[in-house]
Design a protein. Sequence first.
Length: 201
Amino acid sequence: MAPWKLPLIAAAITVPIIAGFALAGPGLGVGVASLIAFAIVWLAVRQSPRGPIGTPAEDGGRHVLLVITTAVEEPAAVQSLADAAQLDGAAGDASVLVLSPARIGFLDRWMSDVEPSRQEAQRNLVATVAALAKAGIAAEARVGDEDVVQAVEDQLQSFPATEVVLVGEGGPSDADEAAAGELESRLRAEFRRVELSPAGR
């Protein structure tokens, strides 16, 4: 966890409780504290164990999971991706699934307005799958959880990937670095990371 997150979490827990007591007395304060306690317990229960991710494919086939955080549609970028995933000339013998995590902003999450983020992820998928099809690579597409690692773990329950390729553009963020590190350490499948130059340059 990044060092700045802990004070933010502590403030998110304590400030509403203090404000509830100050504004409306013990009734509201205790109510807010109860809601926060429930949220903490719910989040703790929702967390899955940090064990290995994925199960080996039983059909002996090649299954490639491409995880994108942006649309990949420029021909040069598509070719770079195909080369890195070893799909050029061999796409016919591999099943390909493109996964786009829905990147939800802080305010959108706070207001429970996740639809715009899911629509953006869907647009990334449509553009990427269409560009791959032009290059002769047939692929399915799915929108996933906002957390990249969780999105991959969810998809591997129904798609037995033999290879997972994390695709980024323009340089990874701290969150991308953390996700890549966790995937590399936990995935049973082969893991590769591809950083494309902006606009495929």
